[in-house]
Design a protein around this ligand. Sequence first.
Ligand SMILES: Nc1ncnc2c1ncn2[C@@H]1O[C@H](COP(=O)(O)OP(=O)(O)O)[C@@H](O)[C@H]1O
Ligand SMILES: [Mg+2]
Length: 239
Amino acid sequence: MPATNPRSGLTDSLTPVLDATEGREPPELAGLFVVLEGGDGSGKSTQVSELARWLRADGHDVVTTREPGGTAAGASIREVLLHGGDLAPRAEALLYAADRAHHVASVVTPALAAGRVVVCDRYVDSTLAYQGGGRGLEAGELAAISGWAAQGLVPDLTVVLDVDPALALARTDRLREAPDRLEREPLAFHAAVRERFLALAAAAPARYAVVDAAAGIDDVAQQVRVAVEPRLAATTGAA
Ligand SMILES: Nc1ncnc2c1ncn2[C@@H]1O[C@H](COP(=O)(O)OP(=O)(O)O)[C@@H](O)[C@H]1O
Ligand SMILES: [Mg+2]
């Protein structure tokens, strides 16, 4: 181990992530940025629409979006990532970063600046979990690339939908014959992804909620609402 590189282990390698969370860069954005994270089949897409429906009924101005693929350019990047051929892990990480850079600049930041509630399906933590926990790329390097792409934009709240990957993948199997590039990875990969999401949440509990996503859809939706509700007072879009 070189003397110049004393850091090792997950907690230390997450330091750059935590360092990036000390409040937003000015100007302060008026809206609320909520991210739903979790493995494939954990219920993110379902809960993004459940949460948006509830927020809109409560009078909030809501934008729902996702990574990858939240923009026109992002839709092409998503296609390469999920349905293209073989990709080197670093190429995969950089494509996610490219998608994120354009998405944050053209969708997320403008909506937050306008005081809207942004509910996003996946964000930086998915990179840290899949390309870090899953592919084994170094967490600090991934955090630096992602942070640069996102211009340091950190969610106000990240809700981790936590569920056994075997159960989650069984949900997606029921629907489709053709799993995407990441869904095809072995269970051990998905178990490592799950562990990384939980480690990220444990490292910064004030910005996270971990929800039991093995529960029924309505029960999970209720857990998500309980996590989001206290944050709403801070938005200018409140009814
Ligand atoms: N809490 C739940 N219990 C059972 N099935 C669920 C639950 N949440 C979602 N599903 C179903 O599981 C599948 C995957 O859900 P989805 O929201 O697409 O997950 P993700 O976006 O995280 O991959 C869908 O068919 C969805 O209807
Ligand atoms: Mg989904």
